[in-house]
Design a protein around this ligand. Structure first.
Ligand code: ATP
Ligand code: MG
Length: 404
């Protein structure tokens, strides 16, 4: 027998009172985005549950995708059964014979939202329980923590049977906390920072600074591939490429070596903030981790942060490198992050950047530059593309298998 749908139970959003429908609609759209790689699959959501209709698609890869989407508590693959007692008996017997292993205990838990159905839930439990005994005479029933709990639901359109509950990712549906700009390099830390912001419902847009020809198309593609990896947690992400060459050349030409890094970062922050304002974002998110490199001393953070009042969220700021790498591996960004394409910061990085830059000096060096004009040109030159989820190779193989 093949699963026909997956029933989804909502996470934390259940407690959000009148915002509930907004949460549910966001989550439904996110699920739709993520599952768009399975063309036959359809998604529906109501107040209490969401339903993913498989229409013949194998449930396993779909379940793998669902496990990653924020805002889902848990879900159950279900069989759709004709709403009649004989059909339910036959289905229950077939399913149980299939999954039963020596010594397992079971129980039937029925629920009837269609009150016109001929049996009530107690009678259903009894009838279907007896059907199980008939098929597997040696099986034991157990009311508390049985090995198999067969859940039967009689709804208006059909009956549904499920026995597995798969844990979801928790968190909040992406988009329910508003929008933020993720400063995304090609490194290990910023994708992890993005993932952690997504987890708490922030709809991120990825801002990437590129300095061609000093940075290669490979570096740009790397940032886009990282962004694509982040789409599996909540759907499509806008990728914003910022032309940064002119600024880097100007800084290099006019400021002392030791301050290149600080000045560069202040420009990045200003530009990200301007883009945020124009696109209705509320925060900036970056991958800074305290003490990791010269730009990440508290003195540097202060000098860089001084260009804006906008809240800057640093999800990995107190994590050790190994803790960050552990998450990067879990979310499958690590392998991409360690590809050897240099980003703009590495290329223009001074040998010995200042770890305690003085604001007074910073401002003096910046006065040699047309800060406003440089920022303005960079912001006018951005290129925005929408990054959508892409099937992994094994999913592609499954899809082809389904078609054959
Ligand atoms: P990451 O591993 O994220 O690259 P890092 O440890 O290399 O971080 P830095 O190079 O100092 O640290 O960068 C600090 C943060 O600045 C990054 O996490 C990212 O948020 C932002 N950043 C650096 N370079 C870029 C870039 N080219 N485009 C966008 N953001 C950047
Ligand atoms: Mg980096």
């Amino acid at each position: 027998m093949q699963y026909s749908e997956i029933m989804i139970r909502y996470g934390e959003l259940s407690t959000k009172g009148k915002n509930r429908m907004r949460f549910i609609n966001k989550l439904r759209n996110n699920i739709q985005d993520v599952l768009s790689i399975y063309p036959a699959v359809k998604v529906m959501a109501d107040r209490d549950r969401a339903h993913v209709y498989l229409h013949g698609t194998d449930y396993k890869p779909v379940a793998e995708s669902l496990k990653q989407i924020f805002g889902i508590q848990n879900f159950s693959p279900s069989y759709k059964i004709e709403k009649s007692v004989p059909a339910l008996i036959a289905a229950v017997q077939e399913i149980m014979t299939d999954i039963y292993q020596e010594g397992m205990t079971f129980k039937v838990s029925s629920k009837r939202s269609d009150h016109d159905f001929e049996l009530d839930s107690r009678e259903l439990n009894q009838t279907l329980g007896n059907a199980v005994f008939e098929a597997i005479p040696t099986i034991q029933a157990k009311m508390k923590a049985p090995d198999i709990e067969l859940r039967v639901e009689i709804r208006s359109e059909a009956a549904y049977i499920s026995y597995e509950t798969i844990r979801g990712a928790g968190g909040l549906p992406v988009g329910t906390s508003g929008k933020g700009m993720l400063m995304l390099s090609g490194g290990i830390d910023s994708p992890v920072a993005g993932y952690l912001a997504l987890k708490r419902g922030v709809d991120i847009e990825a801002v990437h600074f590129a300095s061609p020809p000093y940075t290669s198309p490979g570096a740009l593609k790397k940032a886009q591939d990282l962004t694509r990896k982040l789409t599996k947690f909540g759907g499509n992400i806008q990728f914003i490429e910022v032309p940064f060459t002119e600024i880097q050349e100007e800084i290099k030409a006019k400021a002392p070596e030791a301050y290149l890094m600080t000045l560069t970062r202040r420009f990045m922050m200003r530009i990200t903030d301007r883009i945020r304002e124009e696109r209705g974002g509320l925060v900036i998110i970056n991958g800074e981790s305290l003490g990791q490199v010269a730009s990440q001393t508290l003195e540097s953070m202060q000098a860089i942060n001084a260009v804006t009042n906008t809240p800057v969220i640093r999800p990995v700021v107190t994590m050790d490198k190994l803790e960050i790498i552990e998450i990067a591996e879990k979310i499958d960004t690590f392998e991409i992050s360690i590809q050897p394409f240099e980003d703009c910061c590495t290329i223009f990085a001074p040998d010995r950047p200042k770890t305690n830059p003085k604001i007074k000096n910073v401002e003096q060096y910046e006065s040699r530059l047309d800060v406003e004009g440089l920022v303005e040109r960079a912001v006018r030159g951005i290129m925005v593309t929408e990054i959508t989820p892409q099937a992994e190779q094994d999913e592609v193989d499954d899809l082809i298998q389904d078609l054959l």
